[in-house]
Design a protein around this ligand. Sequence first.
Ligand code: SF4
Length: 225
Amino acid sequence: MNRLSLVDFPGKLCMNLIVPGCNYRCAFCPHEQLIHHHIPMPKIGVDEIVKLLRPRMGFLDGVSLDGGEPFLHRGLGSFLSEMRFQGIKVRIKTNASRPRAIQYVLDKRLVDYLSVFIPGPLSKYRDIVNYRVDPNDVRRSIQIVRKSNVPYEFRVKPVPGIVENEDILEIANTLSGSRRLVIERFDPTRVLDPMVCGSEVFSRSELEDIRDSASPYFGEVFLSS
Ligand code: SF4
């Protein structure tokens, strides 16, 4: 359980729930604890979450599931069904590695907003995520999300030496025609790989240049705050 947010689920005030565990190992991942040390973390049951949410539903619109990778969890379907039953809207952030799971929650109408993180261009994808993901699975996830009637966004994170301006343009080309892109900021003080700890960041004006060069490919492009 993390914080209240007005930006994760656009136009909605939501409670952010952090889901531990991820199949990727992006060097710039800010969630080292969630990736490597999640086994001893306390588990919170659906009933407990509902109990916490219910008195706040007067001013909260829903929950945002962030990770980690929520689609790795077998209990996700029943959690989402309970949220539906309780009238709680759900945003999920995913790394796009599980197209069948994404299709399932869309078919069952269990999600209200999808935020899809694309860590790198498909040509360098495996090297960036350090996992033997099938790029066709990522392509399939992108197609499924774009074809769905559920609002969505894609997210990228420029990181000097790993995800450069030209990589963002390659991703933009792959996603061309999508409605929304959010450019996340790299925090060199919170990383998975000590080798990139304290490394350079793109300046505000460099990020604005990246935003401007990606803009023609999307309905809207934002820099995250
Ligand atoms: S996909 Fe996200 S949570 Fe998973 S390793 Fe990469 S940055 Fe971390």
